[in-house]
Design a protein around this ligand. Structure first.
Ligand code: PNW
Length: 493
């Protein structure tokens, strides 16, 4: 009662603060807290110690598409300052650190005929340093920085890339699998296959929309399933780790409660999250994707469906190729039915929905990221229902503000309100969420936004030679949550 009253006061007096109730439930004992980064966004040292050229090295050096003209050549300089990273992780008290390995630091040309020992040493030092600090290393194998040589041959539009990635994964398992027990094969395929047309940009080509998104997704799924299978056969017994693929999902809040909008919301969730989750849980694409894309393809004059089909063998390999659901979640969009208009072929049009933001939702410094914590709980409940109550690990969640904000109340409110909804999902809805990862440990290179928006719990002074890391207020808040397992001063036992 007191809480709801306080919330109302907060809502009335500070218009920009979302109205939310803060949960006073305690996180389960076994619940883990972590933080995350990715190689290209933090490491720098882009051409040092034998590293090869990745797509992002190529894009940022040859095209003017990053908002502030910046690149990841130096970024947080984590290649040299990984000990500083371990120190701040220790200060936060996290149970694990999710970072990614730069494919080109291990295999400079993408293939296993040339393994770069300096790169191997770097990740060995990082992994050993984390373990010494009692922080589990959680490793993403591929977080968007594909070797440029593989990008030249078509990125994941080329089915062979799946096999090349399996060799890369095999190398990582044999080098690091004795100590790394949680693996994420690929980060957010929807983002690089459909939202950011990265491959085509880096090739200077316009690839056919409505075709390549699905080709890319198809080969990503093949790569993931083969890697999962390889691990079971070759490493599981001796290394006993677990594997998943990080899938991003917005919640698609129905724009109205009309039957058409409710269906549109379901359809959009199946097109976004279901595109990858459904094959892993059920062995094939959701039938609404199969049917809608087949019909649209035929109306658009194609003699085949733009969505490729899996062989029976692939379907068997895909089904069950995950040990938990890895979910990256940031935001929600209102979703309305648009099945009356058949537009041009393209992944975004194919779901036959219109999406927009509710004007009452608090905005952030990233245009796509609005704050709607209830959407997080709804998404978790939806995943529980649709995918047989799986274990869910939140592999990313975070908030964007402007450079230099140390008193980052917006981020604190975001974490507080999203974690409140997560607690409700666990205790009131019985969703099996076992871990939460704050994106990001520190400010870093935010892809096309360069350094103009910041996601870090720690501020990074990019002008200082030391790339000094300084705790923001949110870092202390997060540290306190981890220590007390509670979002408020006193929690219910
Ligand atoms: C994720 N969207 O990307 C990535 O995994 C991170 O590398 C990135 O820094 C972080 O989120 C923040 O952007 C996303 O438009 C990019 O909905 C765009 C969206 C979602 C996630």
């Amino acid at each position: 009662m007191l809480y709801s009253w306080l919330t109302v006061v907060l809502c009335l007096s500070l218009k920009w603060v979302s109205c939310y109730e803060v949960s006073n439930l305690t996180f389960p004992d076994s619940f883990l807290f972590g933080s995350a980064t990715s190689a290209y966004q933090i490491e720098g040292a882009w051409n040092e110690s034998g590293k090869g050229i990745s797509r992002w090295d190529y894009i940022t050096h040859s095209m003017k598409i990053v908002l502030d003209g910046s690149n990841g050549d130096v970024a947080c300089d984590s290649y040299h300052k990984y000990k500083d990273d371990i120190a701040i992780l220790k200060e936060l008290g996290v149970n694990y650190y999710r970072f990614s390995i730069a494919w080109t630091r291990i295999l400079p040309d993408g293939f296993t005929n040339d393994i770069n020992q300096d790169g191997v040493d770097y990740y060995n030092n990082l992994i050993d340093g984390l373990i010494e600090a009692e922080i589990q290393p959680w490793v993403t194998m591929y977080h968007w920085d594909i070797p440029q040589v593989l990008n030249y041959i078509g990125d994941f539009n080329n089915p062979n890339t799946s096999d090349y990635m399996v060799y890369y994964a095999d190398t990582l398992f044999s080098l690091f699998g004795d100590r790394v027990k949680t693996w994420i094969t690929i980060n957010e395929p929807i983002t690089f296959c459909a939202h950011y047309p990265l491959g085509s940009l880096a090739l200077g080509a316009v690839l056919p929309p409505g075709i390549t998104e699905y080709l890319c997704g198809h080969n990503v799924l093949r790569a993931h399933a083969k890697i999962y299978d390889l691990y079971q056969r070759k490493y599981k017994e001796s290394q006993s780790g677990r594997i998943s693929i990080a899938l991003s999902a917005e919640y698609a809040e129905p724009a109205t409660d009309s039957a058409a909008d409710l269906e549109a919301s379901e359809r959009k969730l199946l097109f976004d999250f279901g595109w990858f989750a459904y094959p892993l849980v059920y062995g094939n694409y959701p039938s609404v994707m199969i049917d809608t894309i087949r019909n649209l393809s035929s109306l658009q004059g194609y003699p085949f469906s733009r969505l490729p089909t899996f062989t029976l063998e692939e379907r068997l390999l895909l089904k069950g190729a995950y040990d938990f659901i890895a979910l990256n979640h940031y935001t929600t969009s209102l979703t309305a039915d648009a099945s009356a208009d058949v537009k041009s072929p393209n992944f975004l049009n194919d779901a036959l929905v219109n999406q927009y933001k509710d004007s009452s939702w608090e905005t952030s410094s990233a245009s796509w990221l609005t704050v709607y914590p209830e959407g997080f709980r709804k998404l978790l409940v939806y995943i529980k229902k649709t995918y047989n109550n799986p274990e869910i690990v939140i592999t990313e969640n975070g908030y964007a503000d402007d450079p230099g904000v140390l008193n980052d109340e917006g981020r604190i409110n975001y974490i507080k309100s999203y974690l409140s909804q997560l607690l409700k999902a666990i205790y009131e809805d019985g969703v099996n969420v076992t871990a939460y990862t704050a994106w990001s440990l520190m400010d870093n290179f935010e892809w096309y936004n360069g350094f103009t928006v910041r996601f870090g719990l720690y501020n990074v002074d990019f002008d200082s030679p030391n790339k000094t890391r300084t705790a923001k207020e949110s870092a202390s808040y997060y540290r306190n949550i981890i220590e007390t397992r509670c979002l408020v001063d006193v929690c219910e036992e």
